[in-house]
Design a protein around this ligand. Structure first.
Ligand code: HEM
Length: 240
C-alpha cells in the first residue's frame, strides 16, 4: 500500500514522513496572512506620522501661531489634509501595481480612515466653532458659498466607506463591498470641485489645479486599468 508522507504527522503536528508538517504549513499561512515581520512597525510609524497635521494645529494653538483667524486656519488646514489623505489612499493601488510591492495594500484602510478623520475635524470645526450649530447661519452661508454643499456631499459619502472599512464588513458584504467603495471616485471628484469652487471666488486656482491634476491621474489610471482588463478578458472585468 502506498503511504501518504504529507499526512503522516504526530500529535503536535510535526512531520513524521516526508513533505511539510501541518503546523509548518499553518504557520506559513498565518505569516502570509499577517504580512512581513516589519509590517506592524511600519504601520505604527505611518499611524504616528499621519497625526502630524493634528499635532501641528494643537502646537500652533498652544504657541499662539494660528494667525488672526484661528477657525479659518483650522478649517483650511483640515480641509487640505483631508484632500491629501484622499489622494494618498487612492495612490495605494496604482503604486502597488506599478512596484509589485503588495504589502502597500495593508496601509490603505488606515490612510482612508485618516481621510475620514480629518474630514470629520474639518466638518466639526465648521458647524461647531464657526457656526455654533446655528442652522439659519449655516443655510445663509451655503446660499452665499454653495461650494460648502459640495464638501458636505463628499463628507456624507465618506461615512459608509468608513463604517464598512473593516475586514469583517468586507467579508459580510462580499462583491457589494467593492461596488460601495467605488464611491471613492465620486468623493474625489466632489472634493476637487469643492476646493476649486472655493478658490475660484478668490481667483487663486494654483493649488486646485495641482490637486485636480493628481486626482485626474489617479482616477484616470483606474479607468485605463479597467479598460485594459476588459480588453484582455474580452468582456466586462473589474479593476480595483
Ligand atoms: C471630503 C470632504 C471635504 C474635503 C476634501 C474638503 C476640502 C477642503 C479644502 C481643500 C478646502 C480649502 C483649504 C485651503 O484653503 O487651503 C476647504 C475649505 C472649506 N471647506 Fe471643505 N472639504 C470637505 C468637506 C467639507 C464640509 C463637510 C464642509 C462643511 C459643511 C466644508 C466646509 C469648508 C469651508 C467653509 C471651507 C472654507 C474655509 C474658508 O473659507 O476659510 N468642507 N475644504
Amino acid at each position: 500500500m502506498e503511504h501518504n508522507v504529507n499526512s503522516t504527522t504526530d500529535t503536535a503536528g510535526r512531520r513524521v514522513g516526508g513533505g511539510p508538517s501541518v503546523r509548518a504549513t499553518q504557520t506559513a499561512k498565518a505569516r502570509a496572512a499577517s504580512g512581513p515581520r516589519w509590517l506592524p512597525w511600519a504601520k505604527g510609524a505611518v499611524f504616528v506620522a499621519a497625526l502630524y497635521p493634528l499635532a501641528r494645529i494643537v502646537l500652533f494653538g498652544f504657541t499662539d501661531r494660528l494667525g488672526a483667524n484661528p477657525i479659518e486656519f483650522i478649517t483650511r488646514s483640515t480641509g487640505l489634509w483631508t484632500l491629501v489623505f484622499l489622494c494618498i489612499t487612492l495612490a495605494v493601488t496604482p503604486l502597488r501595481r506599478l512596484t509589485g510591492w503588495t504589502a502597500l495594500i495593508r496601509f490603505r484602510r488606515m490612510l482612508g480612515l485618516y481621510a475620514f478623520f480629518y474630514a470629520a475635524l474639518h466638518f466639526t470645526t465648521y458647524i461647531w466653532f464657526d457656526k455654533w450649530f446655528d442652522v439659519a447661519a449655516m443655510l445663509k452661508d451655503v446660499g452665499k458659498r454653495p461650494f460648502i454643499t459640495v464638501g458636505f456631499a463628499a463628507f456624507v459619502l465618506l461615512i459608509p466607506l468608513a463604517v464598512t472599512s473593516t475586514r469583517a464588513m468586507a467579508r459580510k458584504l462580499g462583491r457589494r463591498w467593492q461596488t460601495l467603495h467605488r464611491l471613492i471616485y465620486a468623493i474625489g471628484v466632489l472634493a476637487i470641485l469643492h476646493f476649486w469652487w472655493m478658490k475660484a471666488g478668490k481667483h487663486d486656482l494654483a493649488l486646485p489645479k495641482l490637486y485636480g491634476a493628481i486626482m485626474l491621474v489617479l482616477l484616470g489610471w483606474r479607468i485605463g486599468a479597467w479598460l485594459v482588463a476588459r480588453y484582455k478578458a474580452g468582456g466586462p472585468t473589474r479593476a480595483t
